[in-house]
Design a protein around this ligand. Structure first.
Ligand SMILES: Cc1cc2nc3c(=O)[nH]c(=O)nc-3n(C[C@H](O)[C@H](O)[C@H](O)COP(=O)(O)O)c2cc1C
Length: 188
C-alpha cells in the first residue's frame, strides 16, 4: 500500500486547508495511506528543526508533498528550517525516486507564490525526487482547477482566511494524482 506524506507549515490555517484537500484527494484513491504533518514552532530549537522521528517516517513513504505559505516571496522560515534539516537525508539521497509535489498559499492573487513552488521543486530535485506538477491549464473545467495558472504545483490565495473553492478542488485533484502515480509505481 503506497504511503503519501504531506509536510507543511501553516500559521493562520489557509495552507492547512489546502493540505486537508490534498489528503482528502489522496485518500479517495484505493489502497493509499496518508501521513500528514504540520510543522510546529516546538520543532525548532535555537532556530534548527529537530524531529528525528519525522525523518524516519518520511524515509518509509513513497511520496512527499511539501507545503508552505509564501512569506516574502519564498517559503516560511519554519518550513525552511525543516528543509535545512533534510540535508542529512540528502547526503545519502534517501528520498531519491520518491514522488514529490508542492503547494503554497499567499495573501495576494499573484504574491510571488511561483517562487515558493520553484524552491520546493529545487528541494525535491536536490533529493533526487520525481516532481509531479499539475496537468491542468488555467481554470480547467467546471471546478476551475488551477485557478492561478501555476502548473508547477498549487498556488492558492486565502480570502478572509478561507481557501477559494477552486483551490480546494485543485488540492483534491493533486492529492489524487500523486496517489494514483504512487500506486502505479508500487505495483511495477
Ligand atoms: C511574514 C509574512 C510574509 C508574507 N509574504 C507574502 C508574500 O510574499 N506574498 C503573498 O501573497 N502573501 C504573503 N503573506 C501572506 C500569507 O502568505 C498568506 O496570508 C497565507 O495564506 C498564510 O498562510 P497560512 O494561513 O497557512 O499561515 C505574508 C504573510 C506573512 C505573515
Amino acid at each position: 500500500m503506497p504511503k503519501i506524506a504531506i509536510i507543511y507549515f501553516s500559521q493562520t490555517d489557509v495552507t492547512a486547508q489546502l493540505a486537508l484537500a490534498i489528503a482528502a484527494g489522496a485518500e479517495q484513491q484505493l489502497e493509499t495511506e496518508v501521513f500528514s504533518y504540520r510543522i510546529k514552532g516546538e520543532d525548532l530549537q535555537a532556530g534548527r528543526f529537530v524531529n528525528h522521528a519525522l525523518f524516519s517516517t518520511l524515509e518509509a513513504c513513497d511520496a512527499i508533498i511539501f507545503g508552505s505559505p509564501t512569506y516574502m516571496g519564498g517559503v516560511a522560515a519554519q518550513f525552511k528550517a525543516f528543509a535545512d534539516a533534510s540535508s542529512e537525508t540528502w547526503c545519502e539521497q534517501k528520498w531519491a525516486n520518491k514522488i514529490a509535489a508542492g503547494f503554497t498559499s499567499g495573501g495576494a492573487l499573484n504574491g510571488d507564490q511561483s517562487s515558493t513552488l520553484q524552491y520546493l521543486n529545487t528541494l525535491a530535485s536536490q533529493h533526487g525526487m520525481i516532481w509531479l506538477g499539475l496537468d491542468k491549464t488555467t481554470e480547467s473545467g467546471e471546478l476551475k482547477l488551477n485557478r492561478l495558472g501555476t502548473q508547477l504545483g498549487i498556488a492558492s490565495q486565502g480570502i478572509d482566511g478561507k481557501l477559494h473553492p477552486a483551490d480546494y478542488a485543485t488540492g483534491e485533484y493533486l492529492g489524487a494524482r500523486v496517489a494514483r502515480l504512487a500506486n502505479q509505481l508500487s505495483i511495477q
